[in-house]
Design a protein around this ligand. Sequence first.
Ligand SMILES: Cc1cc2nc3c(=O)[nH]c(=O)nc-3n(C[C@H](O)[C@H](O)[C@H](O)COP(=O)(O)OP(=O)(O)OC[C@H]3O[C@@H](n4cnc5c(N)ncnc54)[C@H](O)[C@@H]3O)c2cc1C
Length: 295
Amino acid sequence: MRAAWLRAHAREGPDGGALNTVTLLPAAGGGAVTRIAICAKHVVDVARVKIDKETNEPILKGVGKKVSVADKNAMEEALRLKDAVGGAQLVVYTVGTPDAKDSLKELLAMGADKAVILTPSVPLSQLDSLATATILADAMRADGVPQIIVCGDASEDDTSSQVGPRLAEALGISNVSIALKTTGHTDRVEVSRDSGNGTITIDARFPTLITVTEETNKPRLPNIMQIMAATKKPVELRGPETLPSLQHPPVGLVPVRVVALPSDRKGIILKDLPAAEMAQRVVADLKKAGLIGGD
Ligand SMILES: Cc1cc2nc3c(=O)[nH]c(=O)nc-3n(C[C@H](O)[C@H](O)[C@H](O)COP(=O)(O)OP(=O)(O)OC[C@H]3O[C@@H](n4cnc5c(N)ncnc54)[C@H](O)[C@@H]3O)c2cc1C
């Protein structure tokens, strides 16, 4: 299916060989940008998860949730593209439970116009990336496919890096992953990405989906007025009755057990010492462990 819209124009790069300009053409049509979407996942704050010493399982009870880190970069990039193309409505989509509302406030404060929370009939632990992408695609199709969709490259907890590309496939639109930089135009987004031996510049005609990383940009911090205004922005809760894929998600995953990887961390904590002394101790310990060379 991709061959229908992908046309590559090879041109020699500065190193004489790299493919550095690619144009992704849409399946059909173009027109003004009226809708931009980002996908955001409401994740457990992984840094606060402790491991049960007996079972080696993560203790999730009482651990707070937040927006997955790269999704703030997705929001920042979407806001910049919105400024560049002008006038579009920017909607955040989340597959999750209604408590995601608290995290989404942060994205609304950054500048999103509206958030949509899609809650399936099954526990979220039964969703895999196919089910999540199918739900997101169906919701976007029902609302009108956005001309630009921005996702994080990988979620902070499960990190499969599949939802963005699967969503693009489900919608039959182009996808540029791991963008270094984007520049919005009225009919396309110019995306730079690292090819490993140079930078590739891609012209992605609308509609297109872009994934970004923490390195793509620095998310803006909303000010107090924006935080207050966000409380008045619409957050739409859509339950299983609103979409067939929320009622019967295409689930193929049966979680068996979630366990922490074995770790041989020593857990040494240096405190109440002058900084220079702590640095000397760290260097001495690293040398002793053979991790850095001796003198
Ligand atoms: C034990 C267990 C518990 C789980 N609990 C949850 C849970 O609490 N919440 C949950 O959503 N899933 C949960 N899942 C499902 C699992 O996280 C899915 O596989 C997930 O929806 C997609 O995979 P990923 O996180 O690796 O996404 P990736 O492909 O790594 O994410 C890339 C990007 O896709 C987008 N994206 C990913 N997930 C979502 C989403 N849910 N909504 C909107 N955009 C998204 C974001 O832009 C994200 O940056 C659980 C699975 C298991 C096994």
